[in-house]
Design a protein around this ligand. Structure first.
Ligand SMILES: Cc1cc2nc3c(=O)[nH]c(=O)nc-3n(C[C@H](O)[C@H](O)[C@H](O)COP(=O)(O)O)c2cc1C
Ligand code: SF4
Length: 442
C-alpha cells in the first residue's frame, strides 16, 4: 500500500517552510550543483524533456517540450518570463496550497532552475486570492532566499540573475486560465486571449512567456538532481512521476496524498482516503476536478493516469478526485457546478456566457420539480454548442463536459427527477468531512 514519495517528504518536517530547515533537508542543492557546474541551459531543458514530466495544471502537456518552445535567445533578445500558476480554483483541487504552505523553497528552487534553463528575466507566482498563508509563506521564503543571495542580481556570485515576484489574485476562476492570468498580472481584467499567438511568442507584456503549474515546477529540482530515469521509475511510461491527489467528498479521510501516476483509483479511495464514509456505497466520481466529468462507480479500478482516464471517457485533469456516495443527488451536484461555471464565465464568448447561464437554470428547474423531458435534450444540444474548442478558452468546455457526462451515465436519475416532479434524494447527504487538503498525508 505504501508507495515511495518525494514531493511531500520535506513537508512533513517541522518548520520546513524556513530556509534553514529546507536547506538542511536538501533544498537548493540541485540548483547550486547546476550553477557550479555551469551546466548548459539547453541540457537542463533536455533532462526535463527526457523525464516525460507532464504538466499538473490540468492539460497534462509535457513540461520540457513547453520550455523548448521559448524562442532561441541568440535570435530573440526580448526579456522573457515565467508565470507560475498558483491560482488553484478548479473545484476539488487543493494540492498546490500544500506545497506552497509547507515547502515554499522547493517551489522557488524549481523557479530558479526554470529561470536558468530558459534564460528568464523574472518569474511571477500568481496565487489564488484566498490563499493567505501560502502567499505569506512564499513571500517570506522569497525574502529569505534573496537575503541569502539565491534571488536577484549575480546569484551566488555568478553572472546568473533572476527576480521572483508574488502576485495575489482576487478570487476569479478564470484567472487560472493561462492567458486570463497574464492579463490579470498586467493589471487588466482577467479576460482570456484568443490563441494564437501563444504565450511562448507573445506572453506577459507581449514578451516570450511560459506558464506552468506549481506542482509541475516543484518536480523539476528532483528530476535535475536524481535524473530523468529515476523519475521514470515512478508512474507509467506515458505519465511518469508521482502526483498529489486531493481526494474530497464522501470519503472518511479527505486530504492530499502523494501517489504514483497509474495507481488504481480504488487504491487511493480505500487505502489512503479510508473508503466511502458511513459504510455507504460509491455512486460516481470525478477523476480530476469538476471539469473532468463524472464517471460511475463501476470504473473505480481504473488507473489514475492520463491515458487510462481518457479511456473511460473523462480526463486526468488536476488529479483531484471528488467522490459522491449513493445518497448524493447528481442533479443537485450538477446544479451546484453549473452555478459555479455561470458565475465564473468572463462573458466574452456567447456560447459560454449564454450556455453556462442556461445550464444553471435548467439543472435548477429539474432539481426543483419544474423540469420537462425536453430539458434533457436541451442540456445536450446546448452542451454540444459549447464544446469542443468553440470558444476563446476551455471554461466553456469545462461546463459542457460534466453536463454531457452526467447525462451519459445518470440519465435515469435525471428522468426520475422529471417524472417524480422533484428530487428523490431530499433526505440527502449531510455534511461531508472537513475540506480536503487541510491535512498532508503520506
Ligand atoms: C478556466 C480555466 C482555469 C484554469 N485554472 C488553472 C489553475 O488554477 N491552475 C493551473 O495550474 N492551471 C489552470 N488552468 C490551466 C492553465 O491554463 C494552464 O494550462 C496551466 O497552468 C499550464 O501549466 P502546466 O503545463 O504546468 O500544467 C486553467 C485552465 C482553464 C481553462
Ligand atoms: S470560454 Fe467563457 S470564460 Fe473563456 S473566454 Fe469565452 S466567455 Fe470567457
Amino acid at each position: 500500500m505504501s508507495h515511495p514519495t518525494y514531493l511531500l517528504d520535506r513537508s512533513r518536517i517541522e518548520d520546513s517552510h524556513t530556509l534553514k530547515v529546507a536547506r538542511e533537508k536538501g533544498a537548493y542543492a540541485a540548483f547550486e550543483a547546476m550553477l557550479k557546474a555551469g551546466q548548459d541551459p539547453k541540457d537542463v531543458t533536455e533532462v526535463v524533456k527526457a523525464s516525460g514530466l507532464r504538466g499538473r495544471g490540468g492539460a497534462g502537456f509535457p513540461t520540457g517540450l513547453k520550455w523548448s518552445f521559448m524562442p532561441d535567445a541568440t535570435k530573440d533578445d526580448r526579456p522573457r518570463y515565467m508565470a507560475v500558476n498558483a491560482d488553484e480554483s478548479e473545484p476539488g483541487t487543493c494540492k498546490d496550497r500544500v506545497l506552497m504552505r509547507e515547502d515554499p523553497h522547493g517551489l522557488l528552487e524549481g523557479c530558479l532552475i526554470a529561470g536558468y534553463a530558459m534564460g528568464l528575466e523574472a518569474v511571477y507566482i500568481y496565487v489564488r486570492g484566498e490563499y493567505r498563508l501560502p502567499y505569506k509563506r512564499m513571500q517570506d521564503a522569497i525574502d529569505e532566499a534573496r537575503e541569502a543571495g539565491l534571488i536577484g542580481e549575480g546569484i551566488l556570485g555568478t553572472d546568473f540573475s533572476l527576480e521572483i515576484h508574488m502576485h495575489q489574485g482576487a478570487g476569479a476562476y478564470i484567472c487560472g486560465e493561462e492567458t486570463g492570468l497574464m492579463e490579470s498580472l498586467e493589471g487588466k481584467r482577467g479576460h482570456p486571449r484568443p490563441k494564437p499567438p501563444f504565450p511562448a511568442g507573445f506572453g506577459l507584456w507581449g514578451m516570450p512567456t511560459t506558464v506552468n503549474n506549481v506542482e509541475s515546477i516543484f518536480n523539476v529540482p528532483f528530476i535535475l538532481e536524481r535524473g530523468a530515469s529515476w523519475f521514470r521509475g515512478f508512474g507509467t511510461e506515458k505519465s511518469p512521476g508521482n502526483f498529489l491527489c486531493g481526494i474530497s467528498g464522501h470519503v472518511a479521510k479527505p486530504g492530499v496524498y502523494e501517489v504514483p501516476l497509474g495507481i488504481p483509483a480504488r487504491e487511493i479511495l480505500e487505502q489512503y482516503a479510508g473508503g466511502v464514509w458511513k459504510d455507504r456505497k460509491l455512486k460516481g466520481w470525478f477523476p480530476g476536478g469538476s471539469s473532468t466529468g463524472i464517471v460511475p462507480a463501476s470504473v473505480i479500478d481504473t488507473p489514475m493516469d492520463h491515458d487510462s482516464i481518457k479511456g473511460i471517457g473523462s480526463m486526468f485533469g488536476t488529479g483531484a478526485m471528488i467522490m459522491l456516495d449513493e445518497t448524493a443527488c447528481v442533479v443537485r451536484a450538477s446544479e451546484v457546478l453549473a452555478r459555479f461555471y455561470d458565475h465564473e464565465s468572463c462573458g466574452q464568448c456567447s456560447q459560454c456566457r449564454e450556455g453556462t447561464q442556461w445550464l444553471n437554470q435548467i439543472f435548477h428547474r429539474i432539481e426543483n420539480g419544474a423540469g420537462t423531458m425536453a430539458d434533457v435534450e436541451l442540456l445536450e444540444s446546448l452542451s454540444h454548442g459549447m464544446t469542443p474548442g468553440k470558444t476563446i478558452c476551455a471554461l466553456s468546455d469545462a461546463a459542457a463536459i460534466p453536463t454531457l457526462a452526467v447525462i451519459k451515465h445518470f440519465r435515469d436519475e435525471i428522468v426520475e427527477h422529471i417524472e417524480k416532479g422533484g428530487c428523490p434524494f431530499k433526505a440527502s447527504t449531510g455534511n461531508a468531512p472537513a475540506a480536503a487538503g487541510t491535512e498532508v498525508h503520506a
